[in-house]
Design a protein around this ligand. Structure first.
Ligand code: ZN
Length: 225
């Protein structure tokens, strides 16, 4: 599989998430890709609509239903979702029922994640076809975007947290436990066998501008000492 196209589409999901930030909405963005074309783009709308179910994935699903009124089910079975944050339990359930082909996400959703963080609705023993969910594509960037939003919101309240704490928070990221989402052989077949150490050590995947994984091996790092 060509990972650079995954990377390219994830960048598009980030553009959508940035739009959300601009309208003071929780910056979670997604794109749906069918036959190498983006067929839906959406961001979370829960604040704007005061409706807690208006997650990006549901918005994108509505767009696809409108665009393909008679064939949306077939389309979705061959569609990949790129979303900046792991789908929550509600959205993971929707995606499973729709039998989406693949999900690629940025950062784990540690409180409500439905693709492995809390529940693995994407691959549990259910009737519908399971889907693979690929974590960690621009994970730090996804966390940064969320923090940006919460800092903006907090700065409006008099009880905002101290600057020192904020700076600390900005530089720390919870590690990604890849084994929650993928087996090691799945990880290696996606990213390359030589990046197995990323999986073993819960490191962040690093990409160059083309979407090639560029993590340095631990041995290479040792040499520089
Ligand atoms: Zn959701």
């Amino acid at each position: 599989m060509d990972f650079s196209s995954h990377y390219k589409f994830m960048k598009e999901a980030f553009k959508v998430a940035e739009t959300a930030l601009a309208v003071r909405e929780v910056p979670v963005g997604c794109v749906m890709v069918y036959e190498d074309q983006i067929i839906a783009k959406a961001f979370n709308q829960t604040n704007l609509t005061l409706n807690g179910t208006k997650h990006a994935e549901f918005e994108a699903y509505d767009q696809i239903r409108a665009k393909y009124p008679t064939s949306y089910e077939q389309v979705l079975r061959k569609t990949t979702l790129y979303v900046t944050v792991e789908p929550c339990i509600m959205c993971a359930s929707l995606l499973r029922q729709l039998e989406i082909q693949t999900v690629v996400f940025g950062c784990p959703n540690e409180r409500f994640g439905g693709n492995g963080s809390i529940f693995a609705i994407n691959k549990d023993d259910l009737l519908n076809r399971p889907y693979q969910s690929i974590p960690g594509v621009l994970s730090k960037q996804a966390v940064m975007l969320l923090r940006k939003f919460y800092l903006l919101e907090n700065s409006k309240s008099p009880a905002s947290i101290g600057k020192k704490n904020r700076r600390l928070e900005q530089n720390e990221f919870p590690p990604i436990e890849y084994r929650k989402y993928l087996t090691k052989s799945e990880f290696e077949s996606l990213f390359g066998k030589k990046f197995g150490f990323v999986y073993d050590n819960n490191l962040f995947l690093e990409f160059d501008d083309d979407g090639t994984v560029v993590n340095e091996t631990p041995s290479k790092k040792l040499k520089t000492r």
